[in-house]
Design a protein around this ligand. Structure first.
Ligand SMILES: Nc1ncnc2c1ncn2[C@@H]1O[C@H](COP(=O)(O)OP(=O)(O)OP(=O)(O)O)[C@@H](O)[C@H]1O
Ligand SMILES: [Mg+2]
Length: 201
């Protein structure tokens, strides 16, 4: 839906398929979702380094980084969280069109918002990875000191504490970071990407 009727799509001469051919690989969104501290940023950065080494073109979109720029006008109310994910979805779609494996690290607590992003791209261009860790583990890790601030009453509407996290019902992959090391988690995801022919063996 657009606000103005006076806009016309201008087709490029170069298509996504042309870029795939040039790159020698496909493109897709690898969407990491999970509680704060579950390991989305850590894992997506480690996976990106691994893919880059294999000669695969990537880009990573990370919650905190995007909130510094594109989404600096958004807060953490349900509506703002929804708009946050909608914009990221549109950016990720452009990046997939540009031929990149696009790794995203957002809590993205609402199932409907994640499903909406899935609908934006082709069925075989969206991989939802549930980065799973108990709230106790996340609070113990507390890599950014956020849980401590929540307990001190300095942060409100925090996912998993006083704001909901809706677990994915049918994620493409679940990575249990309570059980797996970062290296093992990356290996597990790479194996999935190979098995499902996203990347070559
Ligand atoms: N298997 C694992 N995968 C990822 N992180 C792990 C794993 N095991 C332990 N960790 C640790 O858990 C912490 C995860 O922090 P990280 O910043 O990646 O979380 P996040 O999900 O991005 O949180 P936020 O939503 O607040 O940005 C790090 O300190 C990391 O070293
Ligand atoms: Mg993060």
């Amino acid at each position: 839906m657009t606000e103005s009727g006076n806009i016309t799509w201008h087709e490029s001469k170069i298509k996504k398929e042309d870029r795939h051919q040039l790159n020698n690989h496909r493109s897709a969104v690898i969407w990491f979702t999970g509680l704060s501290g579950s390991g989305k940023s850590t894992l997506s950065a480690a996976l990106e380094a691994c893919l880059h080494k294999k000669g695969i073109r990537t880009y990573r979109l990370d919650g905190d980084n995007i909130r510094h720029g594109l989404n600096r006008d958004l807060g953490f109310s349900p509506d703002d969280r929804k708009e946050n994910i909608r914009r990221i979805g549109e950016v990720a779609k452009l990046m997939v069109d540009a031929g990149l494996f696009t790794l995203t690290a957002f809590i993205s607590p609402y199932k409907a918002d994640r499903d909406q992003v899935r609908q934006l791209v082709e069925a075989d261009e969206f991989i939802e990875i549930y980065v799973k860790a108990t709230i106790e583990t996340c609070e113990e890790r507390d890599p950014k000191g956020l849980y401590q601030k929540v307990r001190l009453g300095e942060i409100k509407n925090f996912t998993g504490i006083d704001a909901p996290y809706e677990e994915p019902h049918y994620p493409d992959l679940v990575v249990d970071t309570d059980q797996l090391s970062v290296a093992d988690s990356v290996e597990y995801i790479v194996a999935y990407l190979k098995k499902n022919h996203f990347i070559a063996d």
